[in-house]
Design a protein around this ligand. Structure first.
Ligand code: HEC
Length: 120
């Protein structure tokens, strides 16, 4: 009986702790705003900050232009967007941006956006 009480107590004490720990390691100390994940509010600013230097219309490295909604949707549909930022199978050597992986919050934003059907 005492064992059950103690395990229950431990569960109650540590479950919320684990939850918050995970959230912090996933998103860092600051919070990740996953509301209103649209192209114009979340994805375009991310691409302008992290990708456009190499993938603009004028300078489309590897032929990849990420400067408009239609272009980004095209790479979302082909899974190249998710493949390169997450290094999915087939993209192991093509991490984008090449300098270092996006943080988990930005990767989540792309995942959520794709799951929602890539709203403009
Ligand atoms: C420093 C320049 C640079 C930045 C910044 C950059 N890329 Fe790239 N990108 C490249 C190069 C170089 C290639 C060609 C890589 C190869 O084929 O090995 C490429 C290829 C790609 C491809 C095509 C991959 C394929 O072969 O299927 C996609 C999609 C892509 N980048 C998306 C992105 C995204 C999304 C970002 C921002 C998160 C980004 N890139 C940031 C240089 C860059």
């Amino acid at each position: 009986m005492a064992k059950v009480v103690i395990s229950t107590l431990l569960l109650v004490l540590f479950l919320p702790g684990c939850y918050y720990d995970n959230k912090e390691t996933m998103y860092g100390a600051s919070s990740c705003d996953t509301t209103n994940v649209t192209y114009s509010l979340k994805i375009a600013p991310l691409i302008n900050q992290k990708c456009i230097g190499c993938h603009s219309a004028a300078s489309a490295t590897a032929g990849v232009d990420l400067s408009s909604y239609n272009q980004v949707v095209k790479y979302g549909q082909s899974k190249q967007l998710q493949g390169t930022i997450k290094q999915l199978p087939g993209y192991e050597t093509k991490l984008m941006p090449p300098g270092g992986k996006l943080d988990n919050c930005n990767i989540s934003l792309v995942d959520i956006w794709v799951r929602k059907g890539m709203p403009q």
